[in-house]
Ligand binder design. Structure first.
Ligand code: PDD
Length: 286
């Protein structure tokens, strides 16, 4: 069965799905995006992801390409047409196609692309069992990373650097030595007292939808959360560390810059959060 993608009003075979060369997403990274997990036939936290997409669009003074109700239908339809029961759906809105000019084009229509693909859930399950390694890198992104734009070159380079070091994620660190977030995930630690710590979601990080759901999961498990800054040093000495994102949910970190966290094995707190996540997250049938 061929993959089908949605591009500007059309469901097209994935191989033939194009935007124009003068799309502003292509030329200026003038575009925003979302990634939702699809698990067991449900789109996870779609409401939260579309709310955040709306916020990103507002912050950049971009219009919704269609009504929110129509948008939801398109997202579900792409998942359905690709028969994705486990995987992800990718949504991208750019300011549209216009002759190259830095200024906002008058009258351009936003471009909308929606793709979906299957991912074998055993891959993430295996990673969660083994745990992942992270490296730390100096923050070199702009100060509006709370807007989920496709301008991800620093993230690409940081994650590539992590890969070269045998790690799976890079944590951006501010000039005070505090951890901000990962290249494509939020960063967390668990203190010796069992308290979950994650950086406040101001302009310095993306307010992860998974992060928000994990607050509810933690409350249900009776775990305390502190939203505060934490240093690389505190993280290395923590009882547990983990990352969160739509594609990884809560994923144990077993080493930071080659320093093992606790005994170097996935922690029990993150594994219980991971286990309870799906019961708490919003689930919409595709
Ligand atoms: N990334 N921080 C950054 C920089 C991210 O790119 C992401 C998600 C997150 C976690 O957000 P959420 O829980 O809403 O997925 C935090 C997605 C998965 C990506 O770019 O593929």
């Amino acid at each position: 069965m061929p993959r089908i993608s949605y591009v500007n009003g059309r469901y097209a075979p994935h191989a033939d799905a194009y935007v124009h060369i003068e799309d502003r997403g292509y030329q200026f990274a003038d575009a925003v995006y979302e990634v939702c997990e699809v698990a067991k036939g449900y789109i996870v936290d779609m409401g939260g992801h579309l709310d955040r997409l709306g916020r990103s669009l507002d912050e950049l003074r971009m219009a919704w390409p269609m009504s929110r109700a129509a948008f939801e239908i398109v997202v579900r339809e792409v998942v359905r047409r690709n028969r994705v029961t486990n995987g992800l759906v990718y949504i991208q809105v750019s300011r549209g196609v216009a002759p190259r000019d830095f200024l906002f084009p008058a009258g351009a229509r936003p471009s909308l692309v929606v793709t979906a693909r299957k991912v074998n859930p055993a891959i993430n399950a295996g990673k969660a069992e083994a745990g992942i390694k992270v490296i730390t890198v100096p923050e070199n992104r702009w100060d509006r990373v709370d807007i989920k734009t496709v301008g991800l070159l620093p993230n690409v380079l940081a994650k590539e650097q992590a890969k070269a070091a045998g790690a799976q994620e890079a944590w951006f660190v501010d000039t005070d030595g505090n951890v901000k977030e990962g290249g494509s995930s939020n960063a967390w630690i668990v203190t010796k007292d069992g308290v979950l710590v994650t950086r406040p979601a101001d302009h310095g990080i993306l307010r992860g939808i998974t992060r928000t759901t994990l607050f509810k999961v933690a409350a249900g498990l009776g775990l305390k959360i502190e939203e505060r800054h934490f240093s690389v040093q505190e993280a290395k000495e923590a009882r547990e560390a983990f990352i969160s994102s739509a594609t990884t949910i809560a994923m144990p970190v077993i080493a930071i810059d080659d320093t093992p966290i606790a005994n170097g094995h996935p922690g029990s707190t993150v594994l219980s959060l991971r286990q309870a996540f799906f019961d708490v997250a919003e689930k919409r049938p595709a």
